[in-house]
Design a protein around this ligand. Structure first.
Ligand code: KG4
Ligand code: ZN
Length: 338
């Protein structure tokens, strides 16, 4: 089954053709990072207009590159949310138009859930060796930990109560005068930082066991940067201390989740922050379970993960419908026994 995946929730226009949820024929991503860099963050109005410029020609390019006759596309999958509404509308309207004119089904997909499929694309391991799994989506907008019995069953065990992990990397990057998005730059800086020099609070130690928080960490970084000279440490040392706790907090919650869902067979880490090498090392070093990470090109937003998720939704005749408010419906997925 050949599915076209359309993604336009934020600042990447992305289209992909994926066969049977696994085989990516082509994945095109037009990133607007350079356009938004000069503003230090995504400007929704500009992002939506850039999607409008890019999307049609990208679709033609996708068909050309894969020599695909559009009539051979079996279904059209599109991000329904969460995301910036102007941006979502571009992808959704384009996908609805294709579906309407071709008579092929339209499959709305939840963007946050689809990130997990970025890690499953191209993996040869049978799903009964992966599921049930503990899956992390760590991106610029979300920091969610799920227990998943199958590729479409999402039980939310943990989430952040304020900033997302990637967002906190970006804000710390901004405080340090690094280019947008700050995440990869903070990681690079942290590599030459000395451990143990800069105190950082351990987040959510005494509060609800499975919730995460980043706002206190951001404040601690701003104080540490202010006091650098007085305390004789460098920006690199602050980046190192921040990164250890920003990621360490997630690793601790993952360990706690494992005791709550002991039948988990694996760990999946997805979303933009999954490209952080320290994060990968921490997860691989601390858990005896097999860990799956997306290839770098499928960590951040892409159309392949949307098409893959849609394949499994289609198999189970499941549709999340359209979330017109475009926010993540936490209450719908929250585990009942926490
Ligand atoms: O998943 P994604 O592309 O977009 C969202 O759906 O949010 O994630 C982007 C986020 C940004 O906050 C970016 O700074 C962060 O992922 N990120 C990183 C790294 N690479 C990207 N954060 C830490 N270390 C990295 N190497
Ligand atoms: Zn994303």
């Amino acid at each position: 089954m050949l599915i076209l995946g359309v993604e336009s929730s934020c600042d990447e226009t992305a289209l992909a053709l994926v066969k049977d949820g696994k085989k990516v024929l082509a994945s095109l991503i037009a990133s607007q990072t350079d356009i938004h860099a000069k503003w230090g963050g995504v400007i929704p109005e500009i992002a939506a207009r850039e999607h409008l410029v890019a999307i049609r020609e990208m679709y033609q390019q996708l068909l050309r590159e894969t020599s695909t006759n559009p009539q051979h596309i079996d279904a059209i999958a599109v991000t329904q949310g969460p995301g910036l509404i102007g941006c979502l509308l571009v992808g959704a309207s384009f996908a609805k138009g294709l579906s309407q004119s071709s008579g092929k089904p339209l499959i709305p997909v939840n963007h946050v859930h689809a990130h997990v499929h970025g890690a499953l694309l191209g993996i040869d391991v049978p799903f009964d060796q992966i599921f049930p799994t503990l899956a992390l989506v760590v991106s610029g907008g979300h920091t969610n930990l799920y227990y998943m019995r199958s590729p479409i069953e999402f039980e939310l065990l943990a989430h952040t109560i304020d900033d997302a992990c990637g967002e906190s990397f970006d804000k710390v990057g901004k405080m340090m005068g690094l280019p947008y998005p700050g995440g990869p730059h903070v990681e690079t800086l942290a590599r030459s930082g000395k451990p143990g020099l800069v105190p950082m609070p351990r987040m959510m130690e005494r509060k609800n066991q499975l919730l995460l928080s980043y706002s206190g960490l951001k404040t601690a970084v701003s104080h540490a940067l202010r006091d650098m000279e007085k305390n004789h440490y460098r920006k690199e040392d602050v980046a190192h201390a921040f990164q250890e706790e920003a990621l360490g907090q997630i690793v601790r919650k993952l360990a706690a989740a494992r005791t709550i869902r002991p039948d988990s067979k694996s760990v999946i880490v997805a979303g933009g922050v999954a490209s952080n090498t320290r994060f990968r090392a921490l997860i691989a070093g601390q858990f005896s379970l097999p860990a799956y990470f997306p290839p770098l090109k499928y960590c951040s937003d892409n159309g392949a993960m949307i098409a893959a998720m849609a394949y499994y939704q289609g198999q189970a005749s499941l549709s999340p419908g359209w979330d017109v408010y475009s926010r993540y419906p936490f209450e719908r997925f929250l585990a009942k026994d926490l």
